[in-house]
Design a binder for this molecule. Structure first.
Ligand code: ADP
Length: 188
């Protein structure tokens, strides 16, 4: 499965909870990049400036990381991707990887939230977590890039008939319950 939504929609939080319910790993490309930066790896050094500007890491690099991660044993029963795919190039790549593995996507969750609310959440997170990309300017840049590059993917997955749209406003628990219900109802 995939979880999508604008920066600040609560993808990371909900991905962890939903994945746990389904007994599968939540895989966040953002987390993978941040841990590489923290550990000073080659990859981390290559992507650090990109993340702090709010731009997207080039598809080729991101795709390779995802392909490697999906090959781990824990992802064999299934997985929930958080923050990937974000571009049409990534959608095409994931399609190929999944076709080769014989496991089609079961669902694409879209968390819907209003932009003012998410910007406010990100400001709050800036105070508590101190993420380098949670500054006013970079938050706006990330929202704009999401709108231009990633929001159009929703229409692509809607055409595949696997979209599960869920209201992301409310408490963390409320949203998790909505998600689990929507996914259960959606299962064949
Ligand atoms: P958010 O959704 O709040 O922006 P993420 O943790 O998902 O946070 O992503 C943080 C940053 O990591 C992005 O702004 C981007 O620079 C990089 N990133 C994460 N996933 C991808 C991806 N699929 N493609 C390109 N860049 C990515």
């Amino acid at each position: 499965m995939i979880i999508m939504g604008p920066p600040g929609a609560g993808k990371g939080t909900q991905a962890g909870r939903v994945a746990e319910r389904f007994g599968i790993p939540a895989i966040s490309t953002g987390d993978i990049f941040r841990s590489n930066i923290k550990n000073g790896t080659d990859l981390g050094r290559q992507v650090e400036a990109i993340l702090s500007s709010g731009g997207y890491v080039p598809d080729q690099m991101t795709n390779e990381i995802v392909r490697d991660r999906l090959a781990w044993a824990d992802a064999a029963p299934g997985f929930l991707l958080d923050g990937y795919p974000r571009t049409t190039g990534q959608v095409d790549f994931l399609d190929k990887v999944l076709a080769a593995s014989g496991h089609p996507l079961d669902g694409v969750i879209v968390l819907t939230v209003d932009e003012d609310a998410v910007v406010a959440r990100l400001h709050k997170r800036a105070e508590t977590e101190g993420r380098a990309d949670d500054t006013e300017e970079v938050i706006r840049e990330r929202q704009a890039i999401y709108r231009a590059e990633t929001a159009p993917l929703i229409a692509i997955y809607a055409e595949h008939g696997i979209l599960v749209e869920v209201d992301g406003m409310g408490t963390v628990d409320e949203v998790t319950e909505r998600l689990v219900k929507a996914l259960d109802a959606d299962r064949p």
